[in-house]
Design a protein around this ligand. Structure first.
Ligand code: ADP
Ligand code: MG
Length: 326
């Protein structure tokens, strides 16, 4: 008798196993392992593709968000994967597993939000699938975009001495989620960061066109976990400066009452900001960019990821990044 044990592999162990089984193909420049796959097209263009699941009770709760905002977010977090490669989003595919008790009005509101977000980015809903679900609402979104050949920014290009930058601010979305879980209402800014994140498409495009970044990804699982993907893929380490992590005013005001909240900025997730490395120092003060970026650290030869406090002592984050199986 075959005994099926509960999930034992961690999320990334399972993905690595799938990656080995799948192998690679000469028609792809990049397969499994980055924010998007890269498939060369004719005339100097590469096709970027990424897919993500959005499951009720895992990724969202219907009592916390409007259906319109959930639709927007389902599109935004996928478009963010195109931004993370420096590409332009073009076509989205939306598959819906609809629970019986979800009304027509709710489905319509969800789709309206999805379409509104898609339109903001000049993309289009190009297909999908619709069926019933005996359990929770299941959403699967695939996004395709384009990038000029050689301009896609992957996770594997970071080198010793590169500066590490992050756009916007970190921790806002995770703080909003924590407040919602505690039954509190986050202030409108924090709530907006959680319900309707903004994919950094223009900044990603600019960094790739001007070839300013050596490696890049979007922060979905938390800064430390996501930066670790760059370090592993590039075979380097990093040192971060805790005092330089960019924080919004509402986040700082919560932090002034409880310093342990800093772990939400380091490992909270769902920021959908871009983290990238660049040989150029002081990019934040020297170059005018689409969005504000902040240098938060440096790539080191010594493997691993260290976060240093102002005093020079190491800071140990108490939170792990998000893993679906732990
Ligand atoms: P992201 O946070 O950008 O969604 P993931 O951590 O989900 O990235 O995935 C990492 C890589 O593994 C991506 O290249 C993704 O396409 C691939 N991947 C994840 N799950 C699977 C799967 N079930 N089958 C094939 N590839 C997968
Ligand atoms: Mg994913």
């Amino acid at each position: 008798m075959v005994v099926h044990k509960k999930a034992g592999l961690k999320e990334f162990e399972l993905i690595r196993w799938i990656q080995r089984q799948a192998g690679c193909s000469s028609h792809l420049t990049m397969g499994i392992g980055d924010d998007c796959s890269i498939q060369p097209q004719q005339e100097g263009q590469d096709l970027l593709t990424s897919t993500d699941l959005f499951i009720e009770g895992v990724h969202f709760r219907r009592d916390w968000s409007s259906w319109f905002d959930l639709g927007r977010k389902a599109a935004a977090v996928n478009i963010s994967d195109i931004a993370a490669m420096g590409g332009t989003p073009q076509s989205l595919f939306l598959a819906i597993g609809r629970p019986n008790e979800m009304s027509d009005a709710e489905v319509e509101e969800f789709i309206s939000g999805f379409l509104a977000e898609v339109e903001i980015h000049g993309a289009v809903l190009a297909g999908g699938d619709t069926c019933s679900s005996p359990g929770p609402l299941l959403i699967s979104v695939t996004v395709q975009g384009t990038v000029a050949t050689t301009e896609a920014i992957c996770r594997e290009g970071a080198s010793y001495g590169d500066a590490i930058y992050v756009s916007g601010s970190l921790g806002d979305s995770a703080l909003a989620l924590q407040l919602l879980k505690e039954g509190q209402q986050p202030d409108p800014y924090l709530a907006g960061r959680f319900h309707t994140p903004t994919p950094q498409v223009a900044l990603g495009r600019e960094l790739s066109k001007r070839q300013l970044a050596t490696a890049m990804l979007d922060v979905s699982d938390g800064l430390l976990a996501d930066l670790n993907h760059i370090l592993t893929a590039s075979g380097v380490g990093a040192e971060l400066d805790l005092a330089k992590i960019p924080l919004s005013e509402p986040f700082q005001s919560a932090l002034s009452e409880n310093f342990s909240l800093i772990d939400l900025a380091l490992a909270g997730g769902e920021d959908y900001e871009l983290v990238f490395t660049s040989p150029l120092k002081d990019l934040d003060s020297q170059i005018e960019l689409e969005s504000a970026v902040r240098q938060i650290g440096i790539i080191s030869l010594e493997p691993g990821l260290r976060v240093r406090q102002k005093s020079g002592e190491l800071y140990h984050c108490q939170r792990g990044g998000f893993d679906h199986f732990t």
